[in-house]
Design a protein around this ligand. Structure first.
Ligand code: NAI
Length: 255
């Protein structure tokens, strides 16, 4: 049995991952702004600090798995909150709990990114500011672009952070496998919020899914569980699209 912390555990893919891992006999520590074992606002510096401290305390600094899944959609305003939650709320937890993972058994971490990260036009200075660790600048830039750029940019930055760090001494070198999952459109409250939005609703409805329908949160949870567990033991720095074929349709020659 492993001990696995999941952010965004109260809803959608985080909740589906919790259910799946608990059914498999693992012990899950849920972190969320509501309905969780550890209540914390990951959009803030003190919230992230409190979440990291609480996980450390509960696990005596030994964690076997970490899933950073908490996030908000592109429709959430102000747009600055999107980068704070989706990038810094994920990256700071990964970094802050890395030591606890290094002390775990066959440890692994999974970041939930998005297939929006590979859309054209989303590689803006927001991405650079995130990767430079400059939250103030990333928040300022997010306000000058759009919710879409803040959202997709935060996910692109998170993916790059995973790819840059996973093979290095702090992660692979310490025996911790770090990977990312890029979901496509998945039916959750976050997606429903977008579908109900006057601008984003049509954009989402026009987003083609070759397999024909929206994903179910458990289809993403299955990939997260695979990457955390022994079946994913040779995966390191992978960015796995679980999107019904959308990315392959849009960028067949890019991989
Ligand atoms: P959801 O809305 O069902 O779940 C998100 C969870 O994050 C909620 O439990 C919420 O309370 C928590 N959360 C939000 N802000 C927080 C904060 N400041 N501090 C702590 N927790 C906070 O959404 P869903 O769809 O399950 O999203 C999970 C992840 O998947 C997100 O990172 C999202 O960006 C990503 N994603 C979702 C897609 C979709 O179509 N649903 C597509 C691609 C990526």
């Amino acid at each position: 049995m492993s001990t696995i912390a999941i952010t965004g555990s109260a809803s959608g893919m985080g909740a589906a991952t919790r259910t799946r891992l608990e059914k498999a006999g693992h012990s899950v520590i849920g972190i969320d702004i509501r309905d969780a074992d550890i209540i914390a606002d990951l959009g803030t510096v003190p919230g992230r600090r409190a979440a990291i401290d609480a996980v450390r305390k509960r696990t005596a600094n030994r964690l076997d798995g970490l899933v950073v899944c908490a996030g908000v959609g592109p429709q959430v305003e102000p747009w600055s909150t999107i980068v704070s939650i989706n990038y810094f709320g994920a990256q700071v937890l990964l970094e802050g709990l890395r030591d606890a993972l290094a002390a775990g058994t066959q440890p692994a971490a999974v970041a939930v990114a998005s297939n929006s990260a590979s859309l054209p036009g989303v590689d803006t200075p927001i991405v650079e500011a995130c990767l430079a660790g400059d939250e103030e600048e990333a928040r300022r830039l997010a306000l000058t672009f759009s919710g879409h750029h803040a959202y997709a940019g935060s996910k692109l930055a998170l993916t790059r952070w995973v790819r840059r760090n996973a093979p290095g001494p702090a992660w692979a070198g310490a025996g911790i496998r770090l990977n990312a999952v890029a979901p496509g459109v998945v039916m959750t409250p976050l997606l429903q919020g977008g579908l109900d939005h006057p601008v984003f609703g049509d954009a989402i409805r026009n987003f083609k899914v070759p397999l024909g329908n929206y994903g179910d949160p458990d289809q993403i949870a299955a990939m997260i569980a695979f990457l955390l567990g022994p079946d994913g033991s040779f995966c390191c720095g992978s960015m796995i699209f679980v999107d019904g074929g959308t990315d392959a349709m849009l960028r067949p020659d890019n991989f």
